[in-house]
Design a protein around this ligand. Sequence first.
Ligand code: PLP
Length: 592
Amino acid sequence: MRFEHRSQFSSQDASGNAAFVAYFSMEIAVTPEMPTYSGGLGVLAGDTLRAAADMGLRLGAVTLAHRKGYFQQHLDANGVQSEETQPWNPEKTLHGEEPIITITIEGRPVAIRAWRYDLQGVTGHTIPVYFLDTDMEQNDPADRGLTDFLYGGDTNYRLRQEAVLGIGGAHMLYALGYEPAVCHMNEGHAALLTVALLERRMGIAGLDAATESDHEAVRQSCVFTTHTPVPAGHDRFSTEQAEHILGHERLAVLERFGCLHDGLLNMTYVALRFSRFVNGVAMQHGKVSREMFPEYTIDAITNGVHAATWTSPAVLELFDKHLPRWRQDNVTLRYAIDIPENEIVEAHAASKRVLMEAVRQRTGVELNAEIFTIGFARRAATYKRADLLFTDAERLARIAREKGGLQILYSGKAHPADEPGKAKIRHVIELAHALSNETLKIVYLENYEWALGALLTGGVDLWLNTPKRPYEASGTSGMKAALNGVPSLSVLDGWWIEGWIEGVTGWAIYDHDLDTEEAASLYDHLEKIILPIYHEQPEQWQRIMRSTIALNGSFFNTQRMLEQYIIDAYYPEQAVKQASEAPEAVLAGDRR
Ligand SMILES: *Cc1c(COP(=O)(O)O)cnc(C)c1O
């Protein structure tokens, strides 16, 4: 039944057209060349769309053009980060759409156009991605740069951008001829789309005339995924600011429908108030979100990664050989248990050599493909604790000396305004200089992005993750590693609570309130369990690599994730209907 939803679900709206899902995200990693994402949220959005394309869903996405990108990171010898813009020209590679829409922001008309990119799936189905752009002559100079910088500027800039994404994005989809049956907000940045849906519904009667039943009608078409338990991740704006930018009528309607919280316009509350389905991005994050927002029903759908995107070339070849349908049907990765272990080891060794060569080219540092190599790469947010591994530097050095050597590869950008995050990078780089010796090599690779992420998760031997609980909503890089047969050593937070089987898919760093105790658990695992297996029980290590693919690769992918969105969030009525009709169908079949 798994793939029947393509015809069963997507062709069932009232008018007989396939019910269209509109997916809104402030950032989307569409291709490695387009600097339109900053990290996990954008990669997840791109992976979701790639899975939707593979599955033939009727879905389209809206984001901003981000003409200046996020930023290119440079690190000096002391680990001081500097940032450079990443200009790109959507007009060079994307298709310009006809409609130009105009919305009012800060009392001025802002014209918006859209560039389209067609994401193609494994069966040839395409998913259109619309990049909104305000860089047009007729716009006030203050508005022309509104779609330039991802997460740049002040809160005024952010709120105006969110108006373009949400209000502009929804009106643009209608101008393009879509009538979305479902609008999915990937994080609260897009929450203002609900205002546009109300505006369309009210027409000339205006927002002031909206009643509770209008609110409910919009609510029935919206789905919201919240992504972070870190309070700073939830956008809030003063009511003065919101009134100035959005105008009195829009703010008044948001206030009337309960979207203010602590006297502020809170985008998470806008999305919560206007969504019939809300979810966190892992089981644990669902629980944490229910504690943060106890008045709301919050489900959980655990994130995934797009399997064919995050599998290294050597492992891709291996899967193609042994599991021919795996790209269309990721569940078949479960049959990786039948892949000969030595072939997995050889594929991984090839990926590791490619990584070592990339490190040499980028840094001049010669690593040794025979040495156990640990990877740690993610945004340099403080809760991710990039320096936990160095809590007892002497012990780390001793383990490296006594257990066959260690190579540790780091990477990650800090948001330009995140001084504590930048301090973490400096700290790691200082320690890397101070500690590196014959048996312990630590390298911090600058400018973490898609290609580097793929090299690292495919080529290291162990993926390390040390977030402070419960701040890791999901985490997805460990899922990329798993697809490549790379086990994790991680704090039990986010996805790892679900993916962890001790000694089978990796290892857990035991929970403790003290960082020193968690670090001790990390060292104990490395010294007493992980390195001894790697060096002394290679057959056991091979089995771990294989079960990591079979158990975690087959589940933590965006195909499984999207199936859950389809059944639980996008078309739950059809799922219920289908289930209740099933017994009859079986009977009818029996009679024949
Ligand atoms: C996968 C990925 C992330 C997300 O990693 P987390 O483990 O969720 O922090 C961030 N940035 C890039 C470039 C990635 O490829």
